[in-house]
Design a binder for this molecule. Sequence first.
Ligand code: APR
Length: 230
Amino acid sequence: MVKKKLVVLTGAGISAESGLKTFRDSDGLWEGYDIEDVATPRGWRKNPQLVLDFYNYRRKEVAKAQPNAAHVGLAALQDDFDVKIITQNIDDLHERAGSKSILHLHGEIFKMRSEIDEERLYDIRDDIKLGDTAEDGGQLRPAIVWFEEAVPMIEPAAELAAAADIFVVVGTSLVVYPAAGLVNYAPRHCPKFIVDKKIPYNSSFYNVTSIEKPATEGVAELRELLKKFL
Ligand code: APR
């Protein structure tokens, strides 16, 4: 039997219970840092050392974190559904939980790239240092999509969303575009579920079931609700 296509858009909220801070909650990651300084090309040009320090620290935090029951629960859904994860997260917790199809919209913390050529990618587990260069001579920087940069993966993500039989959103405030716009690509009549400890507002959501719970509990409830689609 052909499995139904379950497309899941995740954000920082799914990793919150793994100890990784979200961006826009009051104790968010950006506290003490100005987004302009650490997550824009302008910030990089102004003070690359600060940017490297910021992401070197985050890389260590991600390495220490473990997938939680929400990541694991989404991976378990692969038994019954053709699950496609689209994540805004730069952590690797979906991978470590066992999900097989993961599209990273905003890059990955364990990858770095030449500042000249965005397609010259390398794995990185420890720190990136000023003076470390790629073969093209460009300074190495985190392979992360910063504000004001293009989001190259948005087109394949939109295609996935448009092909969804069921569309799920977990732990994103849906304020950062173009990622937030993906909900509009899901077919209007396909069943949609949103799991968030505080359900974000989205004017175009149609046929949606809201599960206002932390991700670990919410994904467990989602799995129960999805049984009726088998
Ligand atoms: N369980 C479920 N949801 C949670 C939990 C939790 N334990 N904790 C927080 N949330 C929810 C919040 O209610 C909020 O809706 O997760 C969402 C987090 O929102 P943001 O911090 O804005 O994160 P996100 O939507 O992923 O941000 C998008 O912004 O800064 C950029 O590139 C960065 O990918 C990021 C993008």
